[in-house]
Design a protein around this ligand. Structure first.
Ligand SMILES: [Zn+2]
Length: 355
């Protein structure tokens, strides 16, 4: 307990002690503690000192009282001064501390399939193609009949189709149509040709549906990019040139294409197209299964029967068409082994494509 025998020496000592404590107080809380220790009405050093002075010898009281009052006034002033200094050293409320490390805001990005689709659209747009989209719910005529696949055509069995339970018109009349989820974007070729006259240059990106089970390489729903060019004097050379230009743009300038004869009901002649493996440049590697080639799309010259179904003069116009899977291109581009990864929305997978 501090000795509070009221003498000038005691008061001088208290002033020194206060000065040392004040100098050491570097926070609001510490300053408040020093202030309370000296100035509290109950239990404060000054209050106790005043009591002691009141009990001192009468002839000493006036001088001691003045010294005590001076000390009290001095302490009040210096506490206020220190408080102001502490306030001034702090940043104003709401101010930004530019020395703090920044916080990273996580940025979203496009899905890899969207990246590939946008890139494909961009390439064909630069070649002068229009981008059009069509309905995913189709009728059999647009999806099959008009594409040279009549009811008895084996190709209708080839494509395991998802038919809708309720037809658009279910009255069983002559105009009754069975509706389905389109099995290919080619149905939009028909719709577009019905509404336009040649020349035509379109690409049709969109989702298509097959009755497939989900496994490494199959999904019941996937995305295609369809292409159609119709005009006078369009030849197989135009088809080859267009697809080669596309392949070089998306897989690199050294890409070569290989056309293998194939069959589609709506094109004649038809071809499956392989691209030289972009990884080994055709030498053979694990990705291309040592063949040097990667399957990428199907194509052909538009069958005259297709032109007839939309009322085009098949003697006057020729054209070519192709269809390729967006997933297929993405799988080849990014070397993804399992197509299901594109649909599972696992961020650990998607974050590897920060575009
Ligand atoms: Zn290879």
């Amino acid at each position: 307990m501090t000795d509070l025998t009221p003498t000038p020496d005691t008061i001088a000592r208290l002033r020194d002690e206060f000065g040392a404590e004040l100098a050491a107080a570097e926070t609001d809380r510490a300053l408040q503690a020093v202030r309370d220790r000296y100035l509290a009405r109950k239990g404060g050093v000054i209050a106790a000192l005043m009591k002691a002075v009141a009990a001192a010898a009468p002839e000493a009281r006036p001088a001691l009282g003045k010294l005590t009052n001076d000390l009290k006034t001095d302490i009040e002033a210096r506490v206020a001064e220190k408080r102001a200094a502490l306030d001034a050293s702090r940043a104003p409320a709401g101010a930004v501390d530019v020395t703090l490390p920044g916080r990273l805001t996580p940025l979203g990005h496009r899905h890899p399939l969207t990246v590939v689709r946008d890139q494909m659209e961009d390439i064909f747009t630069r070649m002068g193609f229009a981008i059009v989209e069509g309905p995913e719910v189709e009728d059999e005529w647009h999806c099959f009949d008009a594409l040279n696949m009549p009811a008895e055509h084996p190709a209708r069995d080839m494509q395991d189709t998802l038919y809708l339970a309720s037809p658009l018109k279910g009255d069983g009349g002559a105009d009754d149509v069975r509706t389905l989820l389109r099995t290919h974007t080619s149905s939009m070729q028909i719709r577009y040709m019905q509404a336009h006259t040649p020349p035509i240059r379109i690409v049709v990106p969109g989702r298509v549906y097959r009755r497939d089970d989900l496994d490494l390489t199959h999904t019941p729903a996937f995305s295609q990019v369809e292409g159609l060019v119709v005009g006078e004097g369009i030849s197989l050379a135009d088809l080859k040139g267009t697809l080669t230009a596309f392949a070089r743009d998306i897989f690199g300038p050294r890409s070569r294409l290989r056309f293998r004869p194939s069959f589609f009901p709506y094109t004649e002649p038809s071809a499956e197209v392989d691209i030289s493996c972009w990884k080994c440049d055709g030498a053979g590697c694990a990705m291309c299964k040592r063949s040097g080639w990667l399957e990428i799309l199907g194509c052909g010259m538009v069958h005259p029967a297709v032109f007839e179904s939309v009322g085009y003069d098949a003697e006057r116009y020729t054209g070519f068409a192709w269809g390729m899977g967006i997933e297929r291109v993405a799988i080849l581009r990014y070397q993804v082994e399992d197509i299901r990864l594109f649909y599972e929305n696992d961020l650990r997978f998607l974050e590897q494509f920060p575009y």
